[in-house]
Design a protein around this ligand. Structure first.
Ligand code: SF4
Ligand code: F3S
Length: 371
């Protein structure tokens, strides 16, 4: 963790990325595979991978601190279990992770000192990652770390960061802790620290490849990726699940699973009638997939539950009731017709969402105009 011995050579000089990867047993070939995958995730032009590799070879490692508040640690799990060959290690080696409660060796005062040191000595130069919601009710007493309310820590750490990445739906929008009746007054980072520059990477859990790609984008271009009105990078959340879903031809043909385990389920028919929220959810799950790209919820036979949308859980439950207004349902319809109906609904949702638009103020991203 951090600038420890694993990142120094015999003379105490910091190793560059290629040397570090070599030490960790990551071959150049595997590294190039990683660069190709990240380029694809960012939708960079074909042949960009060598440029990504070169830039990462030369980049000065920024410091990163990872805060955990009202969460289940699922996003940390997702990062640590991300694809072979050791993508997580590559990410951690690109960054200097100076504080992460779950995986750091230090504890107690020693750990808190590491955090204070970063905030004090690297103001405006470090990246903050936040996992979990932040409770505001009753002065924030419902989540305290080291005797300090999460909201105070978030204001101090995210307020002084170069950028904050809110990972997972809880950190992005409040998520499950914010579900009605929201007893602790839980909110996402942007609502708790309005002056911070925040990129939301929702999902339950987040897809670690999207975090990696966001960090790489930042290192390559020295700015955050373009975002939508909910503060989500367009490269990962710009397209609707329903439009990339492998079961979509069945939706268009009116072929639906009617009951778990029935003929349609065995044949891979559309899960819309079983409550799939893919028609109202924006995320790259069908293309990016999870667990080394082996699968994603719909491929495994369960509908999307809309975990990356704001106000998940309240707006997406009950999970097994079908969405009430999906154009094209039950008839042969063109993708364009269906897309038009949904796009109109989404534009309206974007228009009424005032909170995240505040994120644009002073935003360094290239996406300020792109939704
Ligand atoms: Fe895929 Fe769900 Fe859309 Fe059916 S409703 S095509 S399963 S995203
Ligand atoms: Fe979440 Fe739906 Fe993807 S449930 S992980 S947004 S398929």
């Amino acid at each position: 963790m951090g600038k420890n011995d694993a990142h120094l050579d015999d003379t105490g000089t910091e190793l560059n990325l290629p040397r570090m990867l070599e030490q960790r047993g990551v071959s150049r070939r595997d590294f190039m595979k990683f660069c190709t995958a990240v380029s694809a995730a960012l939708a960079l032009p074909a042949g960009f991978a060598p440029k990504v590799a070169q830039a990462l070879d030369e980049v000065k490692r920024p410091t990163l601190v990872w805060l955990e508040f009202q969460d289940c640690a699922g996003d940390t799990e997702a990062l640590l279990r991300s694809a072979n060959p050791t993508v997580a290690e590559i990410v951690l080696d690109i960054l200097s992770v100076d504080y992460h409660e779950t995986i750091m060796a230090a504890a107690g005062h020693q750990a808190e000192e590491a955090l204070t040191k970063v905030v004090k000595e690297q103001k405006g130069k470090y990246i903050a990652v936040v996992e979990g919601a932040i409770p505001l009710k009753d002065g924030g007493v419902y989540c305290c770390v080291s005797g300090k309310a999460a909201v105070d820590t978030a204001r101090e750490v995210c307020g002084g960061a170069m950028a904050t990445l809110a990972v997972g739906t809880c950190a992005s929008y409040g998520g499950i802790p914010a579900a009605a009746p929201n007893p602790t007054g839980a909110v996402g980072v942007k609502d708790a620290v309005p002056n911070a520059t925040v990129v939301n990477l929702p999902g339950c859990p987040l897809n670690a490849d999207n975090l990696t790609a966001t960090v790489v984008h930042f290192l390559l271009f020295n700015k955050l990726p373009a975002v939508d009105s909910f503060g989500r990078p367009l490269f990962a959340y710009g397209k609707r699940i329903h439009d990339n879903c492998e079961r979509r031809p069945h939706f268009d043909a009116g072929q639906y699973v009617e009951k778990w385990g029935d003929h349609g389920h065995q044949k891979g028919f559309c899960l819309y009638k079983m409550g799939c929220k893919g028609p109202e959810t924006y995320h790259n799950c069908p293309t990016q997939r999870y667990n080394e790209k082996t699968s994603w919820p719909v491929a495994s036979g369960h509908g999307c539950v809309g975990c990356s949308q704001p106000q998940f859980w309240d707006t997406m439950t009950p999970f097994y009731h079908r969405l009430p207004h999906v154009p094209g349902f039950g008839i042969e319809a063109t993708a364009d017709k269906i897309g038009l109906g949904i796009a109109a609904g989404t534009a309206a949702a974007f228009a009424v969402h005032g909170v995240i638009s505040a994120c644009r103020k002073g935003d360094t991203s290239e996406g300020a105009k792109e939704d």
